[in-house]
Write a protein that binds this ligand. Structure first.
Ligand code: XUL
Ligand code: MN
Length: 347
């Protein structure tokens, strides 16, 4: 038996959000990147995840030389702070060039913009010391099915992935599937889709995935099963733990907040697959409630980490022998109760 793994943690600057939603403005004042970095460090997290424009703001208005200069400055800042960059992700859903999709836009010029921006994002990653590119394919899907040729969109996605893989022979791409929001239907809604499209690229070994708990739940799937599936292919390269109360908008609740048992099973899946042993991080893609006061601004993150660590203890103290005996007897009735009592701390 290998020694139990230790976990390393991260979050992104966007996780210290200001509370705006489609119905109301921000309710907390904007903070500087320096403040966020200090919060991350003080709370004992190990790494930061980035969108390209978290590293270089107003990226589209800057030259390649300026972008690299600013990215290197960020790399130095992180190094001085003793904090790693876990991933970079191109923010492809803001620009006027991606209104009708990025890699799958019907307009060739827009598809090229998305590819060029992704290449810049890869260069930014290199400058801040990470070669893991995350692609949340926000606008790759349809509102109106007849507006796009989904078969052709698969080819566009593969062409874009191939262009990224060719741009940098060291880059690895983790696709973060989500079934809906902002689109009605996304082209890559599940881990199965992400791993299948990886096989169509020029270098499938360098295309894997990132699972977000809430996204799996929105697809009607169990995130723990998604973890086991991805790990069976050695393709789980990052994870966004959070929670989601049913089929609604993407809630990004604290980990375990809606369904502790589903969270427990995700931790068990990470444990049995040795997640983290190859340097993978546990990221919390959680947002504060809109009601959160400024002085409680980090709580959704520190609470998610506390819950995660408590569930690691629960996973390790789960009585496997007793569970196996119940399984052998096909007594799932008592297995069910055993899990509940373990989580409730009933002795
Ligand atoms: C969107 C989402 C993103 C990605 C990074 O639902 O989860 O924050 O994780 O682009
Ligand atoms: Mn995410």
């Amino acid at each position: 038996m290998p020694a139990p793994q230790t976990y390393r943690y991260c979050f992104g600057p966007w996780n210290l959000s200001e509370g705006q939603d489609p119905y109301g403005p921000p309710v907390r004042p904007p903070q500087t990147f320096g403040w966020k970095l200090q919060q991350l460090k003080d709370a004992g997290f190990d790494a930061m995840m980035f969108h390209d424009d978290d590293v270089v703001p107003d990226i589209d208005s800057k030259s390649d030389i300026q972008i690299l200069k600013e990215a290197r400055e960020m790399g130095k800042r992180l190094k001085d702070a003793g904090i790693a960059a876990e991933i970079v992700a191109p923010r492809l859903w803001f620009s006027p060039m991606t209104i009708d999709g990025a890699y799958t836009s019907n307009d060739k010029k827009c598809r090229q913009y998305a590819i060029d921006r992704s290449k810049r994002c890869i260069d930014i990653g290199k400058a801040v010391g990470c070669n893991l590119l995350v692609l949340w394919l926000a606008r790759e899907g349809s509102y109106i099915r007849e507006s796009k040729n989904a078969r052709q969109c698969v080819d566009h996605l593969v062409a874009a992935l191939d262009a990224m893989l060719a741009h940098d022979k060291k880059v690895r791409i983790a696709i973060e599937p989500k079934p809906n929001e902002p689109m009605d239907h996304a082209y890559i809604p599940t881990i199965g889709h992400a791993l299948a499209i990886a096989q169509l690229t020029d270098d499938p070994k360098r295309v894997g995935c990132l699972i977000e708990s809430a996204h799996a739940i929105l697809a009607g799937l169990d995130p723990a099963d998604e973890i086991d599936f991805a790990c069976a292919f050695n393709k789980l390269w990052s994870i966004h733990l959070n929670d989601q109360n049913g089929l609604k908008f993407d809630q990004d609740k604290p980990f375990g907040s809606a369904n502790l048992r589903v969270a427990f099973n995700q931790v068990r899946a990470l444990e049995r697959n040795g997640y983290g042993r190859k340097g993978e991080y546990v990221a919390f893609d959680v947002h504060p409630f809109r009601t959160t006061k400024v002085e409680h601004w980090m709580r959704h993150l520190t609470n998610s980490k506390r819950t995660f660590e408590a569930l690691v203890d629960k996973a390790r103290s789960f009585n496997e022998a007793q569970a196996q005996a119940l399984i052998a007897d096909r007594n799932y009735q008592d297995l069910d109760q055993m899990v509940l009592e373990h989580l409730m701390g009933v002795k």
